[in-house]
Design a protein around this ligand. Structure first.
Ligand SMILES: O=P(O)(O)OC[C@H]1O[C@H](OP(=O)(O)OP(=O)(O)O)[C@H](O)[C@@H]1O
Ligand code: HPA
Ligand SMILES: [Mg+2]
Length: 177
């Protein structure tokens, strides 16, 4: 069994939307500094593209959590694989994610990060699949709402593959082989 990738959002569409969201964030945080938290591994490409276009001062930290492993279904258990390096006290934190699907990862993460006494915590995601939600998550900035399909590219993987695709594609399993 192999898989094919159908383009859902082209590189141009994604880049244009990231520019818009970065402009909105820069406006909303005028006069402040943003502490960006990249949620590894999926959030890494979006974080870089977004951070480059934000015009207020930015600091960066990384956290790695995993709930999908190599599967297309969440295990339901969120694991911290790598924690942040820096404390969050008094910071205006903006979490940057590739996708909010069931909402389990982010509802867990937001609770943990709020407990570290930041000044504020907001969430920015490249993709949102609202149909799949099992946990409530407040999304402050979202580039695209997408249908309930398993997507790859721009940091998103299928069994660790396809993260480097410069567009968002849907995985279509080819069962004929
Ligand atoms: O809303 P949810 O259903 O929790 O799914 C979203 C999360 O799942 C994926 O991460 P994954 O656990 O696959 O780790 P990865 O980012 O290292 O690929 C994705 O990057 C999000 O972090
Ligand atoms: O659609 C998806 N693709 C890749 N990883 C994911 N993690 C949650 N949803 C997805
Ligand atoms: Mg993943």
């Amino acid at each position: 069994m192999s898989e094919k990738i159908r383009v859902l959002l082209s590189e141009e569409e994604v880049e244009a939307r990231i520019r818009q969201i970065a402009a909105k964030i820069s406006k909303d945080y005028a006069g402040k500094e943003i502490h960006l938290i990249c949620v590894l591994k999926g959030g890494v490409f979006f974080t870089c593209e977004l951070a480059k276009r934000i015009t207020v001062p930015v600091s960066l930290d990384f956290m790695s959590v995993s709930s999908y492993g190599d599967d297309t279904k969440s295990s339901g258990v969120v694991r911290i694989v790598k924690d942040l390096d820096q404390p969050l006290i008094g910071k205006d934190v903006l979490i940057v994610e590739d996708i909010i699907d069931s909402g389990r990862t982010l509802s867990y993460l937001i609770e943990i990060l709020k407990g570290r006494n930041p000044n504020s915590v907001r969430l920015c995601t490249l993709l949102d699949k609202p149909e799949r939600r099992v946990r409530d998550v407040k999304v402050d900035y979202c580039c695209f709402n997408i249908p309930d399909e398993f997507v790859v590219g721009y940091g998103l993987d299928y069994a660790q593959k396809y993260r480097n695709l410069p567009f968002i594609g849907v995985v279509e399993l080819d069962t004929e082989e």
